[in-house]
Design a protein around this ligand. Structure first.
Ligand SMILES: Nc1ncnc2c1ncn2[C@@H]1O[C@H](COP(=O)(O)OP(=O)(O)O)[C@@H](O)[C@H]1O
Ligand SMILES: [Mg+2]
Length: 264
């Protein structure tokens, strides 16, 4: 359903090493991926490996230097129809829920952003007050949260609101970019359980970007290792330990070491 083909991305280098013209640093190298309908694809890599850049390309937010993204066979950057279709079928949940939710907005207004996106898609108003309650219920919260501000919620509760906002426009695909990374371990598990439940209930497809191997094994069906902007391994999570690729192994080890350091 969503396919990335031969994507290269480069950014202008901060240091000007040439007198004429500009130097560019290539951040993604020849990335091709297929996201199967109803699956959860993990994109795993250390910080700076290009995960968020790839996420932005997949969401239609960053045109690659080369290559294309296809939604149901339609090109996203080369055709308006493809871009529109992607916008209508994909929602995004970011890591930094504290900045992705406007601090001056009440929960109701945050949810309204998602509902309005759905109304634009439908071409008519939904306008029912029960919509808000239903959305809250979907993410395990009740209507007493509607008038609260983000600072009156815990990290886990606010991330649930961001998930509700993402679900409000009835997407087929949700992309999570380190969406649970800043939550404590216990809350991470609760939110991942919620995501699993929603995925079944709403027949969703997930793209789950993370630097955390444990969450990949908990929620993903397939995993793609990204190392310095290159895919080094792409396999089902059930076979993650069989990974042959040296970079993937290195990455697995470095992540495990990193986690040990974090808990030490
Ligand atoms: N808008 C940008 N301009 C210049 N460099 C960028 C930009 N966005 C990301 N980069 C660089 O691209 C590389 C990959 O970044 P990113 O995709 O954010 O990695 P990750 O999400 O895996 O941590 C990094 O070296 C980062 O500094
Ligand atoms: Mg990132």
């Amino acid at each position: 359903m969503l396919e990335v083909k031969n994507v290269d991305v480069s950014f202008r280098s901060e240091r000007q090493t040439r007198i004429f013209g500009t130097d560019r640093t290539q951040v993604l190298h020849d990335i091709s991926i297929k996201v199967d309908k109803g699956s959860c694809l993990g994109i795993l890599g250390e910080s700076g490996s290009g995960k968020s850049t790839l996420g932005r390309v997949m969401c239609g937010l960053l045109k690659p230097d080369r290559g294309e993204v296809y939604i149901q066979g339609k090109p996203v950057y080369e055709s308006r129809a493809g871009k529109k279709q992607l916008q209508q079928s994909l929602s995004i949940v970011f890591q930094d829920y504290t900045t992705s939710a406007n601090p001056r907005f009440r929960v109701r207004d945050i949810l309204k952003e998602g509902i309005m996106a759905y109304e634009r898609k439908l071409g008519k108003k939904v306008g029912q007050e029960t919509e808000y309650e239903d959305l809250l219920k979907t993410v395990g919260l009740d209507s007493s949260f509607l008038m609260r501000y983000p600072h009156e919620l815990s990290g886990g509760q606010l991330q649930r609101i961001c998930i509700a906002r993402a679900v409000a426009c009835r997407p087929e695909i949700i992309l999570f970019d380190e969406a649970i990374s800043s939550l404590d371990a216990h809350t991470q598990v609760q939110v991942m359980d919620l995501l699993k439940e929603l995925k079944e209930k709403l027949s969703l497809t997930y793209i789950f970007i993370t630097h955390d191997l444990t969450s990949v094994t908990y929620i993903c069906d397939n995993v793609m290792f990204l190392y310095k902007g290159r895919i080094t391994e792409y396999l089902p999570v059930s076979r993650i330990s069989e990974s042959k690729d040296t970079y993937a192994k290195q990455l697995l080890n470095s992540i495990i070491v990193y986690e040990d350091e974090m808990t030490a």
